[in-house]
Design a protein around this ligand. Sequence first.
Ligand SMILES: [Cu+2]
Length: 140
Amino acid sequence: MPNLLKCTACVLVVLLSAACAQGPKSEVKAGPTPQAGASPIPWGTVEPPRQVGGGSSGTPQPRLPVRTFRGRGVVRLINIGEGWFEIDHEEIEGFMPAMQMEWMVKDKSMLRTVSVGDRVDFTLQDDNGSEVVTELRKAP
Ligand SMILES: [Cu+2]
């Protein structure tokens, strides 16, 4: 009797493992067939283009062309070491209203050509929200 039970268990185990072995095998066979036929991209990764179009937080926004503006203002503060100055600028048409603010300069040496209190003309480049003054000189 014990032998019979053992054998029955063995048969069951064999049957079960055989059934289990068949399952994955048939799935594995089904997997590569569409991949090999169509493209190397797994079907599960076909969705990402939706993320790119949606512009989710992880996706960088499309870059805009660099814009250049000219303006006038009065220098309020100069920091040559860090390469920025504070200016009380007039309205920059199409870009921003009159205000007092700081800007980085393209080249720190530009800041040696002006002094605090000087009325200056400047050229400002806006590269996707990153503003830098590329030209700075005392207004005539
Ligand atoms: Cu401003």
